[in-house]
Design a protein around this ligand. Structure first.
Ligand SMILES: [Zn+2]
Ligand SMILES: [Zn+2]
Ligand SMILES: [Zn+2]
Ligand SMILES: [Zn+2]
Length: 320
């Protein structure tokens, strides 16, 4: 029974009357089978495991299939996302699709163990088929999104790659050291609509930190906000603290916090107000002069939290 189902997928050269679209699908499958017959693939999976894996690839969208896996009366399989798109017609044989689950293939999937797809980035983990996706969404080796906030940037990669990308492609200022003294000047502080984003990258303790400064509308009031993000994951971010200070004329605001990981989007950090927020009136007061120009001096420091030297003991921040 199981073999029947498996066979009907790989023999996608079945029943005539194919239309152009079907032929492409067929060729694609054929190419996959061909390339996998060359021995070990990139993931180091044996050819047998690869061909089983191919069975679990949706013939239409080529994504891995997860339950419910559907099939037509002739046994052509289809992922559940594609099923909703094909108007109840099998994309391979054009027969009516009905509502048949391919339980045998679902069972085969259950028995598989596969390496995390970030194996090439260093993840050594192997997972049962159905928990692999869950792991990959949270895998510590998964690439980071570009932390630049001023535009939609789709670049992903590891930290050294992103540091280079920020410097070369976004022309971001790079600083070395754990203290800073920054001046933000804006000639027309009335304009918050086209929020100004500023990003500076700091390199200290062998790590990289992003200092964000921007203007946005908080409720009815325009505000300025500065905050720090850590270029690494949440656990490592907790090893550091930072402070920001802004002021003039005998007044000052001080913010002290833990940098957020760049795993948290810029937007998420901003919307949780996890940083130094300066009301516009206060910002203009700090700017001095005729309040026509924004001139803020923000000083700050990054430091490493004292860690318990004994192995296996968690960091104070981690245990509440
Ligand atoms: Zn699909
Ligand atoms: Zn079919
Ligand atoms: Zn992983
Ligand atoms: Zn970018």
């Amino acid at each position: 029974m199981e073999m029947d189902n498996i066979e009907c997928v790989s023999s996608s050269d079945g029943g005539g009357g194919m239309e152009e679209e079907d032929i492409r699908t067929h060729n694609h499958n054929h190419n996959n089978q061909f390339s996998s017959s060359k021995g070990l693939n990139n993931n180091g999976i044996s050819p047998a495991a690869t061909s089983v894996h191919e069975l679990l690839e949706c013939p239409v969208c080529t994504n891995s299939m997860y339950p419910p896996i559907h099939q037509c009366h002739n046994g052509h399989t289809l992922c559940s996302t594609c099923k909703t798109r094909v108007h109840n017609r099998c994309p391979t044989c054009r027969q009516e699709l009905g509502d048949i689950r391919c339980l045998a293939l679902e069972k085969v999937a259950e028995s598989l163990e596969l390496p995390c797809k970030y194996g090439s980035l260093g993840c050594p983990e192997i997972f049962p088929y159905y928990s692999k996706l869950k792991h990959e969404a949270l895998c510590n080796f998964r690439p980071y999104n570009c932390p630049y906030a001023g535009s939609e940037c789709a670049v992903v990669g590891d930290i050294p790659f992103l540091v280079t990308h920020l410097r070369d492609d976004h022309k971001v200022d790079m600083h070395t050291g754990c203290t800073f003294n920054h001046r933000y000047v804006k000639s027309n502080p009335r304009e918050v609509e086209n929020a100004t984003w500023m990003l500076t990258v700091f390199n200290c303790f062998g790590q990289y930190f992003c200092l964000h400064f921007e203007a946005f509308q908080l409720g009815m009031a325009p505000v300025y906000m500065a905050f720090l993000r850590f270029m690494g994951d949440e656990n490592d971010a907790r090893n550091y603290s930072y402070s920001l200070e802004v002021g003039a004329n005998g007044r000052k605001l001080i913010w002290e916090g833990t940098p957020r990981s760049i795993r948290d989007s810029h937007r998420k950090v901003r919307d949780s107000h996890d940083g130094l927020i300066i009301q516009r009136n206060m910002a203009l007061f700090f700017s001095g002069g005729d309040r026509k120009e924004l001139k803020l001096r923000v000083t700050g420091r990054i430091w490493k939290e004292q860690q318990n030297q004994e192995a296996g003991v968690c960091i104070p921040n981690l245990c509440s």
